[in-house]
Design a protein around this ligand. Sequence first.
Ligand code: MG
Length: 478
Amino acid sequence: MDTPIASVSGIRGIVGESLSAAMLTRFATAFGTMVNTAKCRHREDTRNNSERPNTVVVGRDSRASGEMVRLAVVAGLISTGCRVIDVGLCPTPTILFMAKELNASGSIVITASHNPVEWNGLEFALESGRLLNQAEREQFMQIYESMDCNLAKWNQQGSVETYEGAVNRHIEKILDCDWVNLDVLRARALNVVIDCGNGAGSVASPHLLRQLGCRVVEINCIPDGRFPRSAEPTPDALEQLCTAVFANGADIGLAHDGDADRLVIVSEDGVPVSSEYTFALSADFILKKRCGDVVGTVSTSLMIDDIAARHQSRVHRTPVGVGFVVEKMRESNAVIGGEGTGGVVFPEIQYTTDGLASIAAIIHQLAESNTTVSALVKSLPSYTMCQKKLESHSQSLSEAVVQRAAEIYAKGSQSTENEGVFLDLTDGVKRVWGDSWVNIRKSGTEPVIRVFSEAPTADHAELLCNETVETLKGLIES
Ligand code: MG
């Protein structure tokens, strides 16, 4: 049997190939051990000798294998004495929100996010829904590998409870935000088509939209374990949504990935909008309501800088990955953060990407602006992104090449010929000009170097990518 691959905050694999019940139980047992160990340390620190078992919130997306994974995970957790609260089939942000609400010591989200239907996986979070950081991931994998687990005695096994109202509680929290004005929303009564891809948002998101005063047409909102389109809401996967928006004369189309932490938009004329606009439009909306910093990653569109400038706000850029964004948001007390993939973080709700809160922000932005999605898109400076990948022979070669490129560009940026170039080494190597950039990063999972660029025109973005690829090819061959 193959081994599952590490994802950003957990593991993913193909059920029946790289993911088995035995392996899932082992991961859950290791996680229960980690949670108990962390709590013991905490107890010692606070001199609190309470013997209450640690609570772990569990929930899952709509995959057909979800029930098998749930049973395997619950068995592992209760074998370490944890109290499991099962919130059922819910969006990932709802599960993590419940971990925060219930002040849980840990949570396991059963999802493979946007991977194909045969995949499943686990995402792990510690206290109050905080995803594991790098050091914690290493500690966790060490417990998993060594199987040095603390199993509970026969009469100290954990327990399982089900919790029915998670989606309603999450929606209530969103509606409670001071930037939500139901009078404005109900007056505009937007026509919305939503495509959840039969994923975890299938029940929650149409329900939220109705609460926001919208008239809703649902497509692919039956969470029956079959995915009628790719779980990743790329423009190609949204043909049915685009047609439905146009046919229904809707104001906007919305789509989630498989676990509904991401949101993408289709305009009123049935055209998919780049996923970069979910964060950009949400940020423009939130910054109108409150002052504060914005956090994006090195590969988030420059639109975010233009929007921040509009509101005299400051932008921080982190390495790619929601964990880094959230860390920086906490540190800078930012009012919004996100990634170009359509994942946006609203700190007053929780510190994780939240596709439901994104719906509320986007619908609000549209309702308040009294205009169309395509007009909102046109109101922002236009950029085009380009992506290329370059095979290298090994991950260590990729690393050496990226390192060498950093040295070469560092020298180059000191010459007068390259004046005006800023070198950013936050994640890989990024060269930034006023209105364009190119970023080189090695892949974490395969022997590949990725090149990303952005510029005001497609030709310019492609030129930046191509020039960089040629330089890297020379470095690989030398
Ligand atoms: Mg996701």
